[in-house]
Design a protein around this ligand. Structure first.
Ligand SMILES: Nc1nc2c(ncn2[C@@H]2O[C@H](COP(=O)(O)OP(=O)(O)OP(=O)(O)O)[C@@H](O)[C@H]2O)c(=O)[nH]1
Length: 488
């Protein structure tokens, strides 16, 4: 107990503010937790408010009150762009939790992903954004201060102390998941009107959504409804995944006439496919062309890509994106830290590499985290067998990884959330998308049940469309608070 208690300070043991009550009579057994769910209230409008705030306000003050952070804003002048600063550091968050006032730049909020899509801003002739009119109202349960009418509104985000350790075999989708939740994941959109003046617009991805429907398409179709004749250049500034497979549902026929650059590139890909296997010489040419394509793809990663313009654009964008998102991302080789937000809860995620040579990083971080999130690829049986082995090692039982004895107790109490990722694929590959079955295959109960009452759960999710991700992460956040309370 003592070891665990020292791991969390008083501020960390405060009640999590915005969880709804769990269903009554829920036991502590892992089996129960596997099927247990809870509702996370309705924070959508709050986080959307954050997004709205980020677009309208520059000076942001953060104060804390019982674990809730209140963020107030001063209006930003239309001519000034927000000062770039990194996301609030861990030590600042800790100070915030202790009630200190902090001044943060607009980028804190600017970088919090939400579902807002710039419905209420317009682009001035010189390319800067104009903010005005409403205070971004889009929900009656938004937190508002008395000064809301004058300064806009206050919004709240809960900082979750401690770090969440993401582990799993290579290619399980850890990085994809984290990037989708990450506050620094941002796309820059250069608007290129036919008259030739380039304008820059920054847009956020809606990481708060349960299901992300090709977010850029949604955003761009919103923009294009306002002015159908514009052209856009999308530059992926961070993050690997651009689009989901699904159409954003805007409907209608895809127009071809404005897809000039992209259509050319896609035609090239198609042409290469057609030539495949015809004869040796052709194959050689094909290889060359493929090599060029790969180089092109690399270049496209760093250079702006002209996308089609006519609304509805979702289908055209998805088609173009599917050509660009190939090839596979390189595997990670070191642990990286990310600030993430899920339904108004800001937390730090440690993304560890999954390749065998780098798995020692999991164990190096174990004693410094408050929750373990193991991501497995539930669409791939063979990887699940290997993942089961990693569950055993994580448990520390029967030849598991050795850590200091005094740290072992805290580790034994860490909640373990297993995310069976790639549910979308599992349906097609006859993988496992039944949570109980997945728990059995991974032998969760055998390895993770211990005398310290460690909580664990198995959830099947899809990082690609964010299905189930928010609920699952909130389980981890809630268990994290329970562990810290128990330790105090
Ligand atoms: N179909 C599908 N593919 C996914 C999903 N999540 C991730 N992927 C893909 O899986 C591949 C690997 O994802 P990463 O996030 O790089 O995997 P990782 O676990 O971080 O791998 P390492 O960095 O090597 O440890 C990428 O091509 C992703 O696009 C998902 O939910 N569905």
């Amino acid at each position: 107990m003592g070891g665990a208690a020292s791991k969390f300070d008083a501020a960390e043991t405060a009640d999590p503010p915005s969880f709804s009550e769990r269903s009554s009579g829920r036991s502590n057994s892992p089996e129960h937790s596997m099927s247990g769910r809870f509702n996370a209230g309705n924070p959508t409008s709050m986080t959307t408010s954050l997004h709205e705030a980020s677009r309208r306000f520059q000076a942001i003050t953060v104060t804390s009150n019982d674990g809730k952070i209140t963020i107030s804003h001063k209006p930003m002048s239309a001519s000034k762009s927000p000062v770039k600063q990194p996301f609030q550091s861990a030590s600042n968050r800790a100070k915030t939790m202790m009630g200190e006032k902090l001044n943060l730049s607009a980028s804190l909020l600017k970088n919090i992903p939400t579902g807002g899509h710039g419905q209420d801003h317009k682009i001035s002739p010189d390319g800067s954004r104009e903010y005005g009119g409403s205070n971004g109202s889009n929900g009656s349960d938004r937190a508002e201060s008395p000064s809301a009418a004058k300064d806009g509104f206050n919004a709240e985000v809960t900082a979750v102390p401690g770090k969440f350790l993401f582990v799993g075999l290579s290619n399980s989708g850890k990085t994809t998941l984290i990037e989708l939740m990450s506050t620094s994941r941002k796309f820059q959109v250069h608007e290129t009107p036919s008259k030739g003046i380039e304008r820059n617009i920054d847009f956020m991805l809606p990481g708060e959504h349960e299901k992300v429907h090709d977010p850029i398409s949604v955003m761009m179709s919103t923009e294009m409804k306002k002015s159908p004749s514009r052209k856009f250049v999308v530059n992926k500034t961070k993050g690997r995944k651009l689009f989901g497979d699904e159409d954003a549902g805007e409907g209608g026929e895809e127009k071809k006439e404005d897809t000039d650059i992209d259509t050319g590139k896609l035609d090239k890909v198609d042409k290469v496919d057609d030539e495949e296997g015809e004869n040796h010489q052709q194959e050689q040419q094909e290889d060359d062309t493929n090599a060029e394509e790969l180089e092109d793809a690399e270049e496209r990663k760093s250079s702006p890509t002209l996308l089609s313009t006519p609304p509805p654009v979702s289908r055209a964008l998805s088609t173009v994106a599917s050509a660009f998102v190939l090839p596979l991302p390189p595997p990670s080789t070191c642990t990286t830290t990310h600030q993430c937000v899920i339904r108004g809860h800001a937390f730090t995620a440690l993304d560890t590499p999954g390749r065998p040579a780098f798995r020692h990083t999991w164990y190096e971080n174990l004693s410094a985290v408050c929750c373990i999130i193991m991501v497995v690829d539930c669409s791939d049986w063979s990887s699940l067998i290997l993942a089961a082995e990693q569950v055993r090692r994580l448990s520390g039982k029967e030849g598991g990884f050795k850590v200091d004895k005094d740290k072992q107790l805290a580790i034994d109490r860490l909640p373990v959330l297993v995310l069976g990722n790639k549910k979308d694929l599992a349906r097609k590959t006859e993988g496992i998308y039944d949570e109980r079955k997945l728990a059995e295959v991974l032998q969760m109960d055998k390895w993770l049940r211990n005398e310290h009452g460690r909580m664990w759960t198995v959830r099947v999710v899809s990082a690609m469309d964010m299905e189930g991700v928010a609920d699952s992460l909130l389980w981890g956040i809630e268990e994290r608070w329970k562990v810290s309370k128990g330790a105090s």
